[in-house]
Design a binder for this molecule. Structure first.
Ligand code: ATP
Ligand code: MG
Length: 680
């Protein structure tokens, strides 16, 4: 038996060497599900499966790359230079990324035009908005749902394969009165995308699904893979499950791993039912569970087990660890947000002093804006950090503008790109933009029709330059960085006219030009950047240099599957966790609980949960208006006792050698002042 299996426990080994029958591994956080999948990929290759016939689906592109890197490591260990192919040829990525690749290759079979463009979520909402206005739905005296809600309803229907009527009744009862109008709107949305050769995110799955049903292309596609492996299965939606069923009709070669206690994407129509349903779908399914947690210390596990114990509905699984050493996690009450920031930074630096690099530490939060103060303070103190989740670099307006030039050049029928870019010129508003796009559409996408148009005075000089730029780009064979350079040269003056803070934005565009050099061609960059937007330019700069060290900041959603030595979960106040926006139903609150659980279970050795007691409101300039917060409801007394409760002013035990007796917190003068202030 090759040596790599020696690292694994018997259950993991069983999963790794399982034959070709369908296999489900349901197991808790940190029990080695992902590790098992990595070893299984390596095992399959070592056993002779052609890497290109393995499909590995994970939640993020980053996770896929990391898994393959690890699989390669395992392979290297297994076969010392036998010259066998490495895992680099494994087909891997997110469902959406893999769908894009397959549709580019086989889409013709179901009538997809070759150069289709992909709309990200904002583009899709914009298109929905255009239609909402043109169908006069925005004008009715009763309030019609906003574009974001329309898009949510549409997307949920598509992803969960549920009828609109049921969907409205179940999730959007206040929109039921608009059912007929929504149908009209969604029809128009589907037609418009077709006319413009556009696919949105949901379409990628819909078309992949359809492709698999096609008698010839579907069969070819199905035969392409011998083994399909899926990580984080609890967060797949109906459509993704249906795709898997088609890829593996009899379950041969299928391996999925997941944890029902970590399902946190139901707002995107993910359903934990996918896990529960597998045994019905595949009667010969083998189900394996893993219970030993290798990630966290026992004190951390005891706390996180209590937290998930609050959940109403779940598979019971009590995780254990043989790492019995270690500190209890800390629940830290802070005076306010500044105090919290101060505390977190102090702790981070202390850990770094004692040898835990910044990159082995992460600050996690429920909503992207929760980290703003911390980001500002880290920048001020020159502490490097990297943020994941939240508003991404490519979602910023100026980057989207520049990309719109490339997109329109790539697909002149892309109306959203046109509607974004044309009104950047003075004298062109939405009306003129629309009619220009109609002309372009009528000409079959030939930019020369725009040469005949007489532009208004305000842009009579720039118009011909823009037309030449686009016409040139459309047939350009120049390196992508040069193309971006041309757009940047044209666009920079417009940037100054259209936005505040033009300087930093211009710097971002320079960065983008450098980034462009990393892509093979325009289409690849558009697809990859739109599909998996990097959170900052650093993301695209390749793996960080060895000596690069940075603190990780991440939304909890983006921290899924990852682990760090020290984890700080900030803003653990009711209203933030659970979020005020997600407390309408017991199901939503349960999901928030699982989200909190996901955050806590990222910690290997140290876990800090912080909660500011007071929030200031700066909406009217700097003011002293504030409100008080309660610690999250997910830490009731019997859970909180698994934490070491402290305030920021407590001097930690190990530093002063004193042992504050539990329950009798020593009061500092600051505490006393704070208590006094709480009287009013
Ligand atoms: P999550 O639910 O958070 O995705 P997971 O179940 O996928 O967690 P992994 O990330 O695969 O867990 O593993 C958690 C940690 O435990 C990793 O550091 C991994 O290397 C380690 N690990 C897994 N299995 C073993 C083992 N048999 N021996 C030692 N370490 C292990
Ligand atoms: Mg995992």
């Amino acid at each position: 038996m090759p040596s790599i299996l020696d690292h694994l426990n018997p259950q993991q080994r069983e999963a790794v060497t399982h034959g070709r029958g369908p296999l489900l591994v349901v197991a808790g956080a940190g029990t080695g599900k992902t590790a098992t999948l990595v070893h299984r990929v390596a095992w399959l290759i070592a056993e002779g499966t052609e890497p290109a016939r393995i499909l590995l689906l994970t939640f993020t592109r980053r996770a896929a790359a990391e898994m393959l890197r690890r699989a390669d490591g395992v392979l290297r260990e297994m076969e010392t230079a036998t010259g066998r192919p490495r895992s680099s040829r494994v087909v891997s990525g997110t469902f959406h990324a893999v769908a894009t690749r397959l549709l580019r290759r086989y889409g013709k079979a179901i009538g997809l035009p070759e150069g289709f463009s992909i709309h990200d979520r904002t583009d899709s909402e914009d298109l929905m908005n255009v239609l909402r206005t043109s169908l006069d739905l925005a004008k009715t005296d009763r309030r019609f749902p906003k574009k974001g809600t329309c898009m949510n309803i549409y997307s949920r229907c598509v992803n969960s394969r549920a009828k609109l009527e049921e969907m409205l009744a179940q999730h959007y009862p206040w929109c039921k009165q608009w059912e007929a109008e929504l149908k009209k709107l969604f029809d128009a949305y589907v037609d418009r995308k077709e006319a413009q050769a556009v696919l949105d995110y949901d379409d990628l799955l819909v078309f992949w699904h359809a492709l698999l049903d096609d008698p010839t292309a579907g069969r070819r596609l199905g035969e392409q893979f011998d083994c399909v492996l899926v990580d984080e299965y609890q967060d797949t939606n109906r459509l993704q499950a249906e795709i898997l069923y088609r890829l593996c009709p009899d379950g041969q070669g299928l391996t999925v791993v997941g944890d029902d206690a970590q399902s946190i994407y139901s707002f995107r129509a993910a359903t934990v039912r996918n896990i529960l349903e597998l045994p019905e779908r595949y009667p010969d399914l083998s189900v394996l569970t893993l219970e030993q947690n290798y990630r966290s210390t026992q004190p951390i596990l005891q706390a996180t087990n209590r937290v998930i114990g609050l959940a109403q509905e779940r598979y019971r699984k009590e995780l254990w660890s043989d790492r019995s050493e270690g500190e209890r996690p800390a629940m830290v009450t802070c005076e306010d947000e500044d105090d919290q920031t101060e505390y977190v930074i102090r702790r981070v630096l202390e850990h770094r002093e004692s040898g835990v690099d910044l990159r082995r530490q992460a600050v996690l939060f429920r909503a992207s804006h929760h980290s703003m103060t911390l980001e500002a303070e880290l920048s001020r103190r020159n502490i490097p950090f990297h943020k994941y989740g939240g508003l991404k670099f490519v979602e910023t307006a100026h980057i989207k503008d520049l990309m719109a030039f490339l997109r329109l050049a790539e697909n002149p029928l892309d109306q959203v790109a046109g509607a974004r870019l044309l009104p950047l010129l003075p004298g062109i508003g939405p009306g003129r933009a629309r009619s220009l796009m109609e002309r372009l559409h009528a000409s079959g996408g030939d930019f020369s029709v725009w040469r005949k148009w007489k532009p208004p005075e305000a842009c009579h000089k720039r118009w011909p330059a823009m037309v030449e730029l686009l016409a040139g780009l459309a047939k350009s064979k120049a390196a992508l960085a040069d193309q971006v350079h041309q757009v940047r040269t044209f666009y920079t003056p417009l940037l100054e006219e259209n936005y505040d803070n033009a300087k930093p934005r211009a710097r971002d565009l320079e960065q983008l030009e450098q980034i462009a050099a990393r892509y093979r061609d325009r289409r690849t960059m558009l697809a990859e950047i739109t599909l998996d937007p990097p959170s900052s330019t650093q993301d695209l700069a390749g793996p960080p240099r060895k000596d690069d060290d940075f603190l990780v900041l991440s939304t909890i959603h983006s921290a899924k599957g990852l682990e760090w030595d020290a984890v700080y979960v900030i803003h653990a106040a009711d209203g933030n966790i659970p979020s005020d926006m997600a407390t309408d139903s017991p199901e939503q609150i349960e999901e928030e609980l699982r989200l909190f659980y996901v955050a806590l279970t990222r910690a290997k050795n140290w876990l800090y949960v912080t909660c500011p007691l007071r929030y200031y409101h700066h909406s009217f300039g700097r003011s002293d208006i504030h409100s008080y917060a309660q610690p999250t409801r997910f830490l009731p007394q019997d859970v909180a006792e698994r934490f070491f409760n402290r305030t920021t002013t407590d001097v930690p035990r190990e530093e002063d050698g004193l042992d504050p007796s539990p329950g009798s917190a020593r009061l500092s003068s600051r505490d006393i002042r704070r208590q006094t202030k709480r009287l009013w």
